[in-house]
Write a protein that binds this ligand. Structure first.
Ligand SMILES: *[C@@H]1O[C@H](CO)[C@@H](O)[C@H](O)[C@H]1NC(C)=O
Ligand SMILES: *[C@@H]1O[C@H](CO)[C@@H](O)[C@H](O)[C@H]1NC(C)=O
Ligand SMILES: *[C@@H]1O[C@H](CO)[C@@H](O)[C@H](O)[C@H]1NC(C)=O
Ligand SMILES: *[C@@H]1O[C@H](CO)[C@@H](O)[C@H](O)[C@H]1NC(C)=O
Ligand SMILES: *[C@@H]1O[C@H](CO)[C@@H](O)[C@H](O)[C@H]1NC(C)=O
Ligand SMILES: *[C@@H]1O[C@H](CO)[C@@H](O)[C@H](O)[C@H]1NC(C)=O
Ligand SMILES: *[C@@H]1O[C@H](CO)[C@@H](O)[C@H](O)[C@H]1NC(C)=O
Ligand SMILES: *[C@@H]1O[C@H](CO)[C@@H](O)[C@H](O)[C@H]1NC(C)=O
Length: 469
């Protein structure tokens, strides 16, 4: 299983451009960047998109701050609408707001519609973290227009990783970074590969009652035994209203992968109020799901029926989903699963595994050889599992400064987060009741107190960076 960051390879959210209730406004602009920042032989270029709002800026301030969101794996408008704290803080600090789109995502495609053409794997050559950070450095340099301005990087999830790495590599360009739920330690040799699934299991266990994880943990065997007969396959397909009937072992496996991804996504988006981040969801969606699984089911038919009702909390909260598209894990997503799969096949190799004995997930091992072979088959890429550790230091962060690492302990990605400050210029903020980068979202009356406190502290630290500039 390759779990992805902002959503584990699937999201049933909204189409880009129809983001639902857009709250924040901006101008959409483009900026030309070199295709390859690291070659002086080629001058090929393409445009990345960025969003800009200068309405908060104090026109009398000769050095207004810039709040720069380092875009991650998806359409940048999606992140702009889901990072309300950046906007709230910009209004307070009278900052220019910029959300930059990551190359190869959204509309920032170096080869347009032909970017991901599988017959041209060479198109993927410039899809790296380093090229992306360089895009951001050039954009900021352009925006500063020769002036010295305090620029603060913001990001959540993979965007938070980029924000942190940006500050580490370009401290002369950004005064500091807020890295929310940024699992920069979820790499080979740094963190046990089962941590994500263990945390997800704990979240489900504590959401309603422990029958929830017991039911889910047993369900895999039940699905397998049902799918052993044609009648059982048909029954499963009907109960879950799948779009493509489950016909063979591959389909079944696909279906079970899909369920595991949904559970991970639910833990990430387990916000205390309804939201549309990864999918339209009610408040406390894990608790809602576990409500349907509150009784321990020994009867397989009952278990499967309850699982179908439970799953609908994620897949069909609006009641408008006609059938369950378990094969297309990116159906209608603003988040881009293909792009993330490609990154998982070059640098972002984040080992994942699970044991059914101590989690609700199927037992699965981390098999790098298999991952690597699949990557080559699919994209002609050979992943480098230690690349990120070599470039950004792994756990050796003593030399870094002015980074806030915030982590919600209900977030499965917190397992790969920085939970201890390596020095006194790095701030670690723990949100015991927080899901995936909850602190980066717009304030909400239903926010738990630890989130409100975290935002106040973040605001204070960032104000100090700007003041010291
Ligand atoms: C910036 O955001 C404010 C507040 O939502 C809005 O009034 C203004 O029109 C926006 N400015 C731009 C340039 O979009
Ligand atoms: C690249 O540089 C050459 C030589 O200066 C120039 O002729 C060409 O137009 C440039 N191409 C682009 C895409 O800028
Ligand atoms: C991919 O590139 C090939 C070779 O140029 C072209 O024939 C084909 O139409 C492209 N495929 C897509 C989906 O654009
Ligand atoms: C989300 O909650 C708000 C406030 O309680 C409510 O007005 C809105 O209808 C809810 N949206 C959904 C999709 O349930
Ligand atoms: C689990 O389900 C069983 C059977 O329905 C029920 O008796 C038991 O109370 C449940 N456990 C908890 C902790 O609620
Ligand atoms: C399981 O429950 C269904 C209805 O809920 C019932 O028809 C069936 O006989 C039960 N199976 C077993 C083995 O008890
Ligand atoms: C979604 O809910 C609607 C309304 O309850 C129902 O008709 C539809 O079958 C559900 N879709 C799936 C995939 O279960
Ligand atoms: C699960 O636990 C049992 C009993 O301790 C053990 O025999 C079995 O090998 C374990 N399975 C896995 C997949 O670790």
């Amino acid at each position: 299983m390759i779990a992805a960051l902002c959503g584990a390879l699937l999201i049933l959210a909204f189409e880009p451009g129809t983001l639902g209730n857009e709250k924040f406004q901006y101008e959409i602009k483009e900026f030309s960047v070199p295709l390859d920042h690291f070659s002086f032989l080629s001058n090929a270029s393409f445009n990345i998109r960025y969003l800009a709002n200068d309405s908060y800026v104090d026109k009398k301030n000769p050095q207004p701050p810039i709040f720069f969101y380092t875009g991650n794996e998806g359409d940048i408008e999606w992140f702009a609408q889901n990072s309300g704290f950046v906007w709230e803080l910009a209004a307070q600090q009278r900052a220019l707001v910029i959300f930059a789109e990551h190359r190869y995502y959204g509309k920032s495609l170096p080869y347009g519609a032909d970017t991901f053409n599988t017959s041209k794997p060479e198109h993927l050559a410039y899809f790296t973290v380093e090229q992306t950070l360089e895009d951001y450095a050039q954009l900021i340099t352009y925006l500063r227009n020769g002036k010295q301005l305090p620029v603060v990087a913001f990001g959540g999830s993979y965007g938070g990783m980029l924000a942190a790495w940006f500050r580490m590599k370009y401290p002369h360009i950004v005064v500091g970074a807020l890295a929310a739920s940024a699992p920069i330690l979820q790499f080979s040799g740094l963190t046990p590969c089962d941590i994500f699934n263990k945390i997800t299991t704990a979240v489900f266990e504590n959401a309603y009652n422990a029958n929830c994880t017991a039911n889910i943990g047993r369900s895999w065997k039940v699905f397998e035994s049902m799918a052993a007969t044609d009648a059982g396959k048909k029954q499963l397909s009907d109960i879950f209203h799948v779009c493509d009937a489950i016909k063979n072992a591959d389909d079944l496996n696909n279906f079970m992968d899909y369920l595991e991804e949904v559970y991970g996504n639910l833990a990430m988006a387990n916000y205390p109020y309804n939201s549309t981040f990864l999918s339209p969801l009610p408040a406390n969606p894990v608790r809602q799901l576990c409500f349907y699984l509150k009784d321990l089911h020994q009867n397989d038919t009952d278990l499967v029926a309850s699982m179908a009702s439970a799953l609908a909390v994620y897949t069909n909260y609006t009641g408008s989903v006609k059938c369950l598209d378990y094969k297309d894990s990116n159906a209608g997503a603003s988040y881009d699963g293909t792009g993330w799969e490609i990154q998982s096949c070059n640098q972002m190799v984040m080992p994942m595994c699970a044991n059914n004995n101590n989690t609700m997930f199927r037992t699965s091992n981390w098999d790098f050889k298999k991952v690597s072979d699949d990557c080559y088959k699919q994209f002609h890429l050979i992943p480098r599992p230690y690349d990120i550790v070599m470039r950004y230091g792994g756990r050796n962060l003593e030399a870094a400064s002015n980074i806030i690492f915030s982590n919600g302990l209900l977030d499965p990605w917190s397992g790969g987060g920085v939970l201890q400050a390596p020095n006194n210029q790095i701030n670690v903020i723990i949100l015991p009741e927080g899901a995936h980068h909850l602190d980066l979202r717009q304030s909400n009356p239903l926010d738990p107190p630890s989130v409100t406190v975290a935002r106040q502290l973040e605001a204070k630290i960032i104000a100090q960076w700007i003041k010291d500039f």
